[in-house]
Design a protein around this ligand. Structure first.
Ligand SMILES: *[C@@H]1O[C@H](CO)[C@@H](O)[C@H](O)[C@H]1NC(C)=O
Ligand SMILES: *[C@@H]1O[C@H](CO)[C@@H](O)[C@H](O)[C@H]1NC(C)=O
Ligand SMILES: *[C@@H]1O[C@H](CO)[C@@H](O)[C@H](O)[C@H]1NC(C)=O
Ligand SMILES: *[C@@H]1O[C@H](CO)[C@@H](O)[C@H](O)[C@H]1NC(C)=O
Length: 469
């Protein structure tokens, strides 16, 4: 137990250190740590399994997390299916060739505006300043129908709604129906790294979690959109943290409920007691410790490529071409994926646009929720809590305040959004008008953006809801 905790502590300690001058010395010490770490039995065990087997066969990728989950007693985790009846070797070759065929796609490097323009849609960038000084970018694909506002998840951006391409990207599908599509970007992501006085190189810039995104960013963006489009209500579609931040806004500033004619929650995240992701379960108990260590190292921003993610990748996935393909994105390690719905050819494009940046505090706030089993404000520790909230324990968000009509989309296999947590949310919300469980067992957290069958599994239901409201 202790060794495992030590290992994770070390991994997280060196995490996200690229924005400080400490980087090279941390890299150096990591080399020494790595020597020690690799002597730990748990690591030896995991890397033996991964090293020996992953290179040879595809389905081992599912066994490694499975072994981890068992050791953590996560009996109910559903792991991605890599193989069906097909021959594993053939399948491996096929995956590699599909991935390689996607590598010269120019969409990998096109930015948001150029990408959308390439597919023949108009796009315009708008900027709005929040009450606390952050300058946020929004993208609009204008049309003459009613306004739909799309809000991305943690480590995501507006790009999330177009990376799947014109066949199944939500922004394109909505635009085809005539909707006036707006896409938000929360503070700190690649499109919203500006502030009136602060700079991303300063710690103070990163002192926010999804609480502030819900409390400041969403109201600023929504008011701006309503003002420009001269309407008084919009339809809101959020994915993951895009739902968390909505619940913060609508419970903390209830007058915003009247500006929302419908809220669609794709993979809603509020209660997290039953989160399935093995990595999250593993890391969550150490949240307070990890957070204070990162603070003392001056690490405020989550960066996609760093020593920690490289170590995690190596330990969890081993080496070999498939590991390179599936484990090269930090996001997949945390949220899992569903091979059956994955467009491998499009994976390079996805990797070119996700992840998009976030603050450490956003992840810490989620980690707190896993431990506390409650949906509540950021926990600063007893004394600061007393100052801020006049209570040792942070206040819970009052979900009964959310009276805007809400529709919940969830799935059985989602590593972040467990049906039991959705049920709890459903019972507390003030006005749920629709609950939809995706009729595809392996559907993953990211499939709500990028599934091959996005149209039949998600969009057909969504379309009806938007039309009928
Ligand atoms: C890291 O190690 C290299 C080679 O061992 C050395 O040249 C460099 O000065 C070290 N950097 C720090 C910051 O300790
Ligand atoms: C996107 O790229 C184009 C040229 O490649 C550039 O002119 C434009 O400013 C970029 N947009 C943003 C928001 O960076
Ligand atoms: C909406 O735009 C379409 C073309 O994009 C046009 O044919 C239609 O007349 C417009 N409708 C209104 C009400 O402006
Ligand atoms: C899969 O990705 C390729 C390459 O980006 C794209 O051309 C194709 O339309 C995608 N398939 C689906 C179902 O979206």
């Amino acid at each position: 137990m202790f060794e495992r905790a030590l290992f994770l502590t070390l991994v997280l300690l060196c995490c996200e250190a690229q924005n400080v001058g400490l980087l090279s010395s941390i890299a150096n010490s990591t080399r020494y740590w790595m020597n020690d770490i690799t002597k730990l039995p748990i690591v030896q065990q995991i890397s033996k399994v991964s090293g020996d087997l992953l290179v040879q066969s595809v389905d081992v990728l599912t066994k490694i997390p499975l072994a981890m989950a068992r050791s953590l007693d996560l009996n109910d985790v559903i792991f991605p299916l890599f193989t069906s009846d097909s021959n594993v070797v053939d399948l491996t070759d096929q995956i590699i060739s599909e991935f390689n065929s996607g590598l010269d796609n120019e969409d990998i490097t096109l930015n948001m505006s150029n990408l959308v323009t390439k597919y023949g849609y108009p796009i315009k960038r708008h900027q709005v300043t929040t009450k606390d000084g952050y300058i946020l970018s929004m993208y609009r694909i204008p049309n003459n129908g009613s306004v739909v506002f799309l809000m991305h998840g943690v480590l995501g951006s507006s790009d999330d709604f177009v990376v799947a391409g014109p066949e199944s990207g939500l922004a394109y599908l909505l635009s085809n129906e005539g909707y006036d599509v707006w896409m938000g970007n929360s503070r700190g992501n690649k499109h919203s790294r500006q502030h009136l006085v602060l700079d991303p190189s300063q710690s103070a810039f990163w002192d926010f979690s999804w609480h502030e995104i819900g409390y400041y960013d969403l109201p600023a963006m929504i008011d701006y959109v309503l003002q420009v489009t001269k309407t008084n209500k919009l339809k809101y579609v959020g994915h993951s943290q895009g739902t968390t931040s909505f619940f913060v806004m609508a419970s903390q500033i209830p007058e915003y409920n009247s500006k929302i004619s419908l809220m669609v929650a794709l993979s809603p995240v509020a209660f997290m007691a039953h989160v399935k992701s093995p990595l999250v379960k593993l890391l969550a108990p150490g949240t307070p410790l990890l957070h204070s260590m990162m603070q003392s190292l001056g690490v405020d921003e989550v960066l996609p490529d760093n020593i920690a993610s490289r170590i995690l990748r190596r330990v969890l996935c081993g080496v070999g071409p498939l590991a390179e393909i599936f484990c090269s994105n930090l996001i997949f390690l945390f949220v899992g994926f569903d091979f059956g719905q994955l467009n491998v050819t499009n994976l390079p494009v996805l990797y070119g646009h996700i992840p998009s940046g976030a603050s450490v505090k956003q992840l810490v706030h989620y980690g707190q929720g896993v431990v506390s089993e409650d949906f509540r404000q950021f926990d600063y520790g007893d004394s600061k809590n007393l100052d801020l909230y006049e209570s040792n324990v942070p206040p819970s968000y009052n979900l009964k305040n959310i009276v805007a009509p809400v529709s919940l989309f969830y799935s059985e296999a989602d590593w972040f959004t467990d049906p039991r947590d959705v049920d709890k949310l459903y019972k507390r919300l003030g006005n749920v008008i629709d609950v939809y469980k995706v009729p595809y067992e392996q559907f993953s957290h990211l499939d709500f953006l990028i599934a091959k069958d996005f149209k039949p599994l998600i969009y057909s239901r969504l379309r009806k809801l938007l039309r009928d409201v």
